[in-house]
Design a protein around this ligand. Structure first.
Ligand SMILES: Nc1ncnc2c1ncn2[C@@H]1O[C@H](COP(=O)(O)OP(=O)(O)OP(=O)(O)O)[C@@H](O)[C@H]1O
Length: 298
């Protein structure tokens, strides 16, 4: 469990994180979303004791990071995959971490296998591709077999096979009862991987909800017709209807059967009647629309 209470971080005039409170629960994957500069990395750094909060607290298993007795065994993290000594082999990099954390060398062999780097164990990390570096970073996070794991953009640079591997790994870590906090800008991937979402914008909490609830919120029926007047007549009788494009209505809160019957009754010719799920990307855009700091004009 990770607990954030009124977590705030200021860098001079910039408020990177602004009164953030949330509980990241065990047994599920929590996606951490927000536009560039929203404060996700700063929050993760405070959870890991790499930055001190200006106000509030970030607790791992009820305690601040600096009070953890065996940090590697309590929380693992991938923040910056390139933060590895380039001259060291993957194995030696992990061995150094294991030694510092009081972990047995056998664990290094295990995690190298888990992340698929068994064959590259003796290669210098400086020669690794971005995807291999990500795998090495994940191996480091898993080293102490911790109950709490943080991953900042772990799919960055991974090929489709690697992306799928991450998805399966995240889900199995959560299924083992661990707390998994995962940031990513890939919404389609997040929709497949996360159970829960914490969305931030300009350092503030915008949503703390399940993926299912967020996506269900945009569910509806798409009605298409060549008959504009007919669509208007339909819309008059359906409170949840709104025109989304020429010849198209989106109707929330009504079944396909009800809309089909009504169209029949009103004599409106239909070309399409389909249940529509909102994508996470759509909902994310709606949520964060006002919080995008570094965007280009539409
Ligand atoms: N060490 C620092 N000194 C000054 N400002 C900082 C520092 N670290 C972060 N910031 C600022 O804090 C804000 C939040 O940055 P942060 O990196 O946490 O955002 P993020 O959500 O991780 O963004 P991204 O999606 O781009 O990785 C930004 O405005 C950033 O410029």
């Amino acid at each position: 469990m990770i607990t954030l209470r009124d977590l705030t971080k200021r860098y001079g005039d910039v408020t990177a994180v602004d009164g953030l409170s949330a509980r990241i629960e065990p047994g599920r994957v929590t996606g951490f979303l927000g536009p560039n500069g929203a404060g996700k990395s700063t929050t993760m750094r405070m959870i890991l004791g790499l930055d001190a909060p200006t106000r509030g607290s970030a607790l791992v298993g009820g305690r601040p990071y600096r009070e953890l007795r065996w940090p590697l065994r309590e929380v693992g993290a991938l923040l910056d995959a390139r933060a590895v000594h380039p001259g060291r082999s993957a194995r030696n990099h992990l061995l150094a971490l294991a030694r510092a954390g009081g972990l047995p060398a056998a664990r290094v062999t295990e995690v190298l296998e888990t992340v698929g780097l068994g064959k590259a164990a003796h290669r210098r990390a400086g020669t690794f591709s971005l995807g291999m570096s990500q795998r090495l970073g994940i191996a480091a996070a898993l080293l102490g077999d911790p109950p709490v794991l943080l991953f900042d953009e772990p799919v960055n640079g991974l090929d489709p096979d690697g992306v799928r591997w991450i998805r399966t790994l995240m889900r199995s870590l959560a299924a083992e009862g661990r707390t998994v906090l995962l940031s990513s800008h890939l919404m389609s991937e997040m929709q497949l991987t996360a159970d829960h979402l914490v969305v931030v914008g300009r350092g503030r909490l915008l949503a703390d909800t399940t993926v299912a609830a967020l996506v269900a919120d945009g569910r509806g029926v798409r009605v298409t017709s060549p008959d504009d007047a007919g669509l208007a007549a339909l819309a008059d009788r359906l409170p949840g209807a709104r025109r989304t494009a020429p010849g198209t209505l989106h109707v929330a809160d009504a079944s396909v059967e009800r809309i089909g019957d009504l169209a029949y009754e009103l004599g409106v010719r239909l070309h399409g009647l389909a249940v529509e799920e909102a994508s996470l990307e759509q909902k994310y855009m709606e949520l964060t629309g006002d919080s995008v700091e570094y965007g280009v004009p539409a």
